[in-house]
Design a protein around this ligand. Structure first.
Ligand code: CUA
Length: 189
């Protein structure tokens, strides 16, 4: 009696196992496909220049537009965020000391007046290439007050070594007090 019932039972168990194995391999394929797509997407993204490239004429930066000297530095936007505009040129940044509030959304908008420069804030993930003709933009947020160096990290000529600036992240309230008295802020002495 039992001998008659076991074979069909075994058969169905085998069939279930087969189906499960098939589905398991389908799942592994799906996961592998997602990993491949994410990798390709990431590499593709990293290999491209910033999408939505915004251009600016490096020869007239000082004459008109958002990078005229009086418009450089940190500005408070209506929504309370801060926009920092700065220019890199052989062999300095303008302004040479950037001041931003802690715990506030900050957007950097930067460009180069001559050759390719690099912009990074030590100890943070803020890292941009400044390419003449293009505006590089990056959103950041600094958790607490700090002072960081901001070296040029792209070889740009004989003075490259000496091309660096400073970033002062200050208390939000202190920044608000400074901003009340000035349209554009920097910590250049
Ligand atoms: Cu600018 Cu190196």
């Amino acid at each position: 009696m039992s001998g008659a019932t076991i074979p069909p039972h075994d058969e169905s168990a085998e069939r279930i196992e087969r189906v499960e194995r098939r589905w398991a391999s389908v799942m592994v394929c799906i996961v592998a496909l997602m990993v491949v797509l994410a990798t390709l997407g990431g590499v593709h993204e990293a290999a491209l220049p910033q999408h939505q490239a915004v251009t600016v004429d490096p020869r007239t930066l000082h004459l008109a537009g958002e990078f005229v000297e009086s418009n450089l530095g940190s500005a408070v936007e209506p929504d309370g965020s801060v926009t920092v505009r700065a220019v890199g040129q052989q062999y300095s940044f303008t302004p040479s000391c950037i001041v931003v509030p802690a715990d506030t959304p900050v957007t950097f908008r930067m460009t180069s007046a001559d050759v390719v420069h690099g912009f990074l804030i030590a100890g943070t993930n803020v890292n941009l290439m400044l390419v003449p003709g293009y505006i590089s933009s990056l959103a950041a947020r600094f958790p607490r007050p700090a002072e960081s160096h901001m070296p040029c990290h792209e070889f740009c000529g004989v003075g490259h070594e000496g091309m660096w600036a400073e970033v002062h992240v200050i208390d939000k309230a202190a920044f608000a007090r400074l901003a009340a008295g000035s349209r554009r802020l920097s910590c250049v002495q």
